[in-house]
Design a protein around this ligand. Structure first.
Ligand SMILES: Nc1ncnc2c1ncn2[C@@H]1O[C@H](COP(=O)(O)OP(=O)(O)OP(=O)(O)O)[C@@H](O)[C@H]1O
Ligand SMILES: [Mg+2]
Length: 238
């Protein structure tokens, strides 16, 4: 692994006394694609929400380039270069594609270079460029997911956290999302990819962590996890 830029240690979180994340430690190296995997309710979203400042950990540290950012609000975390594309897209349906991107463009980290950045983003997502004046709610599911990812890119993140970007998409669009993850990574963005789709994610990810009941059950390289007998039986139905 390349030297970690993100290192989370001993993270815990409970919702009204019910533990959701019991003990999660993970690292992300510069330039990596790391997959965070697990079944429904395993604690994936809770974990990345703690990394991105959406939730304050009950315990543990989140070191970003050596600085403990645990408990910082999300906009401060974003200023440091970590962007979260949350589960469920959460775009503004009545606003146009462009307006959705402009909202993100108001962040301090994004504001100065926004016009140039916007052109770059439209270069990556030509379908969004064509539909820039269209209400976001009228986009197809896949296009809305692209918009959510595009919005995450506005602030020029060093680390992009994607929470289940392929959820609810048709197989062809799922492939497009994974191709996009590869493409963004090739452009120098480090990616933490939350997925239930183990097979596809482990093919793009260099390494992965599998969560079960709020703990890291196993971790390793994408190739090793794909060949792991337990993973194959439990998650890949082989
Ligand atoms: N806002 C909440 N209030 C109460 N419990 C919650 C809340 N959010 C999550 N939980 C619970 O915490 C546990 C972990 O949920 P989390 O959303 O982190 O799982 P996940 O791995 O992201 O699952 P999924 O793949 O379904 O998105 C689950 O048992 C869930 O029911
Ligand atoms: Mg989730």
């Amino acid at each position: 692994m390349s030297p970690p830029i993100l290192h989370a240690e001993g993270l815990r979180y409970a919702y009204r006394g019910v533990p959701a994340v019991q003990e999660v430690s993970l690292s992300v190296g510069e330039g990596e694609i790391v997959a965070l995997l697990g079944a429904n309710g395993a604690g994936k979203s809770t974990t990345v929400n703690m990394l991105a400042g959406v939730l304050r950990p009950a315990a543990g540290r989140v070191l970003w380039r050596g600085e403990d950012i645990a408990g910082l609000p999300a906009h401060r975390v974003l200023e440091r270069g970590i962007a979260l594309v949350p589960e469920g897209r959460l775009i503004f349906p009545q606003m146009t594609v462009l307006e959705n991107l402009q909202v993100a463009g108001a962040a301090p980290r994004a504001a100065a270079e926004f016009p140039r950045r916007l052109e770059e983003i439209f270069g990556i997502f030509p379908r969004l460029a064509e539909r820039r004046a269209q209400p976001a709610g009228s986009l197809s599911g896949g296009e809305q997911q692209m918009l959510a990812i595009a919005r995450g890119l506005v602030a020029r993140p060093e680390l992009l956290i994607l929470d289940e970007p392929s959820l609810g998409l048709a197989p062809m669009l799922v492939r497009a999302v994974f191709d996009l993850v590869r493409d963004l990574n090739a452009r120098g963005i480090t990616v933490l990819l939350v997925e239930q789709n183990l097979h596809q994610s482990l093919r793009v990810a260099g390494r992965g962590y599998v969560l079960e009941k709020g703990r890291v059950a196993l971790s390793g390289t994408g190739a090793a996890l794909l060949e792991d007998p337990y993973v194959r039986q439990t998650y890949l139905g082989m």
